[in-house]
Design a protein around this ligand. Structure first.
Ligand SMILES: Cc1cc2nc3c(=O)[nH]c(=O)nc-3n(C[C@H](O)[C@H](O)[C@H](O)COP(=O)(O)OP(=O)(O)OC[C@H]3O[C@@H](n4cnc5c(N)ncnc54)[C@H](O)[C@@H]3O)c2cc1C
Length: 285
């Protein structure tokens, strides 16, 4: 059974690129190895993730890499930046760790970095963290996301028993990015095309929910996640503890900007939700 990784304990692992693969026009796989992987401890979660460290230009940090020390000792402009990616697989025997990144068109820090990597390049990751794995006791599973959540959804589907039931809604901008995912036969995979409206959330609203206990995973672009989360909590009466929700990124915002917004939204949400819960508001089932 997976145990929740401590938010504080984020070991650093130095990795060396073994190869990169273009999985589809919009998705790059980085397969990395290196002696550091011997110390890498998987979480057991299917949404396990690492933070890739991007050093500030011209700055070399002391080894062993210690993010807490760097945060305490380096001025803001010399702090490294980070970007978060799901562990698509960790193969201990082969000493390989793979992450799949969306190549979203030349913008940003991580996407152009990944596109330019060559074997032998080195980088540091922090983690792993994580928090979700499909509950084997659930009667059915609902997984909703976009390309950024495809790695976590793929790992989750691979971990399910052959008789698992459920529905997956995966949104892509380009149908050539639809991957062939190993899916239990009673789990229906609905590929959605990104639209100007909210077709993916609407498809979830229109879904004829199977009976029984749900376990839901809704991760990806923030507006999609918010629309589906609201529907599940407010209209379907799904209990909060049956729902794993995370806005991975937001359109038009860098990761730094989105993290600030997310923290502010969470802070604003808390008092509202606490008072609703006190007044008997049923946030979940
Ligand atoms: C726990 C967790 C797990 C994640 N796992 C993965 C994963 O396995 N694979 C993955 O690709 N992403 C994953 N993400 C999302 C990823 O961290 C963000 O997309 C991140 O912003 C990418 O950084 P960047 O430097 O490329 O772009 P940024 O510098 O952060 O952003 C630059 C611009 O690109 C846009 N942008 C960012 N991401 C996307 C996108 N996916 N599609 C279209 N436009 C985008 C931004 O809105 C912004 O306008 C995960 C996030 C979290 C929190």
């Amino acid at each position: 059974m997976a145990t929740k990784a401590s938010a504080k304990a984020k070991p650093a692992t130095r990795l060396r690129v073994l190869r990169t693969e273009r999985l589809s026009p919009g998705m790059i796989r980085i397969v990395a190895g290196g002696a550091g992987l011997a110390q890498f401890t998987p979480t057991g979660f299917t949404d396990s993730y690492v933070k890739v460290v991007f050093p500030a230009a011209g700055v070399t940090y002391p080894e062993p890499f210690d993010m807490r020390r760097i945060r305490a000792e380096y001025p803001a402009e010399q702090q490294p930046r980070t970007r978060t990616f799901t562990v698509r697989y960790f193969d201990e025997a082969a000493s390989e760790l793979a992450i799949d990144l969306v190549d979203h068109g030349g913008e940003g820090l991580a996407a152009p970095w990944a596109a330019a990597l060559v074997p032998g390049d080195e980088f540091t990751v922090l983690g792993p963290g994580g928090g979700y794995a499909p509950d084997p006791a659930a009667d059915w599973h609902l997984l909703v996301g976009d390309e950024s959540a495809m790695p976590a959804i793929a790992v989750s589907l691979e971990s399910m028993p052959a008789d698992a039931r459920g529905h997956v809604f995966l949104e892509v901008g380009d149908e050539r990015d639809q991957q062939s995912l190993r899916t239990p036969t009673k789990v229906s995979l609905h590929w959605m095309r990104r639209s100007a409206g909210d077709d993916t959330a609407q498809a979830v609203r229109e879904l004829d929910f199977p009976t029984g206990r749900i376990h839901a995973f809704v991760h990806g672009e923030a507006d999609l996640v918010r629309a589906v989360r609201r529907h599940l909590l407010n209209e379907r009466g799904v209990a909060r503890d049956r729902l794993s929700v995370s806005g991975y990124w937001r359109r038009g915002r860098t990761d730094e900007r989105w993290r600030e917004e997310k923290a502010a939204e969470k802070a604003a949400q808390k008092p509202r939700e606490t008072s609703r819960e006190k007044s008997g508001y049923r946030a979940g089932g």
